[in-house]
Design a protein around this ligand. Sequence first.
Ligand code: IMP
Length: 175
Amino acid sequence: MADLRVLFTHEQIQRRVEELAAEVERDFAGRKIIFIGVLKGATIFLADLARRVRLDATFDFIGVSSYGKEKQTSGVVRLTKDVEQPLTACNVILVEDILDTGLTMTYLRKVLLAHQPSCLKIAALLDKACRRVLPIKADYVGFTIPDDFVVGYGMDYAERYRNLPEICVLPPEMI
Ligand code: IMP
């Protein structure tokens, strides 16, 4: 799309997702997994990742309050949709689009740990490590990126651009 700089092409993303899926398969060999996607940004990543993991897997979604039209988080995370199944004694992989300040993941980790899963891992497609405020790390990271605002492959700005097949940087003048 005009004015957007491509950071990762569709092919680059697919190759990386394939590698992450191989890691997940190795780590969870012979076990069942529940992928939990964070709405809405992680849906496309979850769909691609889950289809490449050849294990007995199901998925569910969880919703949190979003940035809306704002570029910065409000610092307050609110649950807007809970998971629809018990996670007790399950192997859970929480799937997120971007790990930024870490507020959202820290909150969701606490919410999911309250279900007492036997294992909880975090998969983040993108990691803005330089922006971290809380000390949380993902177990599976697609790409570490600088402090740019990105859209595409599920990620939005004011709900737009989620359907782009590539990940692009949104220039500051478009925000
Ligand atoms: P955190 O709580 O600051 O880690 O924010 C994580 C959430 O902020 C992500 O799940 C995204 O929904 C959103 N976010 C952070 N950076 C970006 C970005 O560059 N583009 C789109 N959404 C973003």
